[in-house]
Design a protein around this ligand. Structure first.
Ligand code: SF4
Length: 298
């Protein structure tokens, strides 16, 4: 009727979405596995949606919080961790989960990754590692293997990929794990452990991108190092964890996918607890101080 001159009655329900947003990821994308595992983990932990904040960066992975019934914050490229940190400090009662891709987290936000790990903020950080920048059409990313061909490196990447597990450990993460979208059950259990861990929990989550990275090793069968007799890691021992991480990082590009828990330090305090113990941080949530008595202007 637009432009026809006919009168039209507008129903306000036209502005109300009648269905939940459906994921727009490509068929076969590993991001579906993350969503399924995360939903399963939060449900099994009996979290209420209002107890959870999911902060995402830019990329295909950034759509994660659109498909979850929780608080969400979709921020700018590489900046999910500073937002997540601020939210956790303002309200330590909140379960804060940050998520983004390997380009977002290990490249553009790499500095934030190192320092959030070093400070051991009580956040779960899920990195969708598909070895490319997927949303912007498959450019080479920090985890693309040497020789990987893309539009930005048509003759093959001349760079070594970063070692995300080792970088995480040396930066100071107190929980480090790797899982894969092809096994949402293992992924769900690892997310549950990461969420309940007190400190910075980093999960390198291997997610296949069938659109831009058809050669990715994430398709091959993987080994859970906790279930394997051939692999041995003492989770609380940094040297043992470091050796296991190096083995897994070398193996990934040779076709063997090693997943599982690599490191866990249960004795270290999270950042906000350390601050509270030193007496330079309020024991009650900052958010309550700012918003008490309905004073939103302070
Ligand atoms: Fe997934 Fe790749 Fe498609 Fe992005 S481009 S939705 S990462 S398959």
């Amino acid at each position: 009727a637009i432009g026809s001159g006919e009168e039209r009655e507008v129903d306000q329900n036209e502005f109300t979405p009648s269905i939940e947003p459906q994921p727009t990821w490509c068929p076969g994308c590993g991001d579906f596995g993350v969503l399924k595992a995360l939903k399963g983990a939060l449900a099994e932990l009996e979290k209420d949606p209002e107890e959870v904040l999911v902060v995402t960066g830019i990329g295909c992975s950034g759509k994660l919080n659109s498909y979850l019934d929780s608080y969400g914050f979709h921020t700018i490229h590489g900046r999910s961790l500073p937002i997540a940190r601020a939210a956790k400090l303002a309200n330590p009662e909140l379960e804060v989960i940050a998520a983004g891709g390997d380009g977002d987290g290990y490249g553009i936000g790499g500095n934030h990754f190192m320092h959030t790990a070093r400070e051991n903020h009580d956040i779960t950080y899920i990195v969708f590692d598909n070895e490319v920048f997927g949303l912007t059409k498959g450019q080479t990313s920090p985890t693309s293997p040497m020789g990987h061909k893309s539009k930005t490196q048509p003759k093959g990447s001349a760079k070594n990929p970063i070692r995300p597990l080792s970088l995480s450990l040396t930066s100071g993460s107190s929980f480090v794990a790797r899982t894969a979208a092809v096994n949402p059950n293992q992924a769900k259990d690892i997310i549950k452990e990461a969420v309940t861990h007190d400190g910075f929990s980093h999960i390198d989550f291997l997610t296949q991108c069938p659109t831009w990275n058809k050669d990715a090793k994430q398709y091959v069968p993987y080994t859970d190092i906790q279930q394997s007799d051939d692999h041995d890691v003492d989770l609380g021992d940094r040297r043992s964890a470091s050796e296991m991480m190096h083995e897994a990082e070398d193996a990934l590009y040779e076709g063997e996918v090693l997943t599982g828990r690599f490191y866990k330090d249960e004795n270290r305090h999270a950042y906000h607890e350390e601050k509270q113990e030193r007496g330079d941080f309020p024991s009650e949530p900052l958010a309550e101080r700012y918003f008490e008595d309905g004073d939103w202007e302070r």
